[in-house]
Design a protein around this ligand. Sequence first.
Ligand code: NDP
Length: 254
Amino acid sequence: MLSAEQIIHYQPSADLLNNRIILITGAGDGIGKAAALACASAGAKVILAGRTVTKLELVYDLITAAGQQEPVICPIDLEGATVDDYDELCVNIIDQLGRLDGLLHNAGILGQRTPLNNYRQDVWDRVMQVNVTAQFQMTQALMPALEKSDDGSIVFTSSSVGQVGRAFWGAYAVSKFAVEGMVQVWAEELQGLGSVRVNAINPGATATNMRAQAFPAENPGELKTAEQIMPAYLYLLGADSSDVNGQSIKAQAR
Ligand code: NDP
C-alpha cells in the first residue's frame, strides 16, 4: 500500500482503468461528476447513477465528446429506491456488461446543521437513508456483479466528521461514522475470501454545492477543486490498490 502522501500525489497511468466497469452514485455533480470524468479519462466504462437525469446527460455528453468509452446512464433516487430496484440493477449489469469492477458510493446529503436536541426526525431519516441504508442495500445487491470481477473495488465516502464527532453536524456526522464502521465490518468479512475489497475515502474540504451549503461564508476559491482530489479516487478504483482493504484514505492533506 502506498503512504498517505503518495496516495494524495498518485499519478495514474493513462490506461489505469482500461476495461474496467465502474458505477458512481451522484455522478451528475460535485465530486461524483469529477470522478466520472476522471474514470472515463483513465479508460473506464462508467455507469452514471444519480437522481437528476439532465445532469447525468451532461456528463454523458462530456465523456462521449472526448471520445472515451460510452457511459451508461442509470437514473436512481437513493431516497426512494428499494432492494428490488438494486437487484434489478445487478441483473441488468450482469446481462449487459458481464460484471462490475468498481462501485463508488459518492452521493450524499448534508441534512441540517443544528444541535441534535433540535434535529428534525424526518431530516434524520432522509440522511440515514441516503448516506447509509441505501449504500448498504446497493452494495449487498450488487455483490454478485462485483464478485464476477478479478479485482472488485468498493469505495464508500466518509468525512472528517465521521471520524471525530463535531457539534451541529447532526445526522450527517453520525451517518459518516456508520459508513466507516460498515467499511470495517465488510472488509473483514471479505478479507481472503475472493477478489472484492472495501475502503473508505475522505475527500476533505472540496469546493462543491454541499460544501457551500455547509460553509456559506467561505471563499470556495481557497478550497481544492473536485478535480484536484481525483488521484486518491483513481488509486482506490484501480489495480494499484488491489492489496488495500478496510482502510480509510484521505484524498487531500487538509
Ligand atoms: P454535492 O452536493 O455537490 O453532490 C452530491 C451528489 O449526490 C449530487 O450528484 C446529488 O444529485 C447526489 N444525490 C444527493 N441525493 C441523492 C439521492 N437521493 N439519490 C441519488 N443521488 C443523490 O456533494 P459533494 O460532491 O460535495 O459530496 C460528494 C460526497 O463527498 C458526499 O458523500 C459528501 O458527504 C462527501 N464529502 C464532501 C466534502 C466536501 O467538502 N465537498 C467533504 C467530505 C465529504 P443531484 O445533483 O441530483 O442533487
